[in-house]
Design a protein. Structure first.
Length: 75
């Protein structure tokens, strides 16, 4: 597990809930996530949530995110 902090992909505005996630921890310890974002999936994967569901969703979400572009001629 690395301690690398990333810059946010974009700024969230007051009416934009696309980066909002809700986590509910049940009495039995199960974690329910509503509005799953890539950042939440990465956090759950980093803490080692059991099962394959997080890993599968993270792989699917990561595949849909375009890699960052760099300016030509940058250093």
């Amino acid at each position: 597990m690395s301690d690398v902090r990333r810059e946010p992909r974009r700024q969230m505005t007051a009416d934009d809930e696309s980066l909002t996630s809700e986590l509910v921890i049940g009495a039995d310890g199960r974690v329910h996530v509503f509005g799953t974002s890539l950042a939440i999936l990465e956090a759950l994967d980093a803490i080692g949530v059991r099962g394959d569901a997080v890993r599968a969703r993270l792989a699917a979400a990561s595949a849909t995110v375009a890699p960052p572009t760099t300016a030509a001629g940058g250093s």
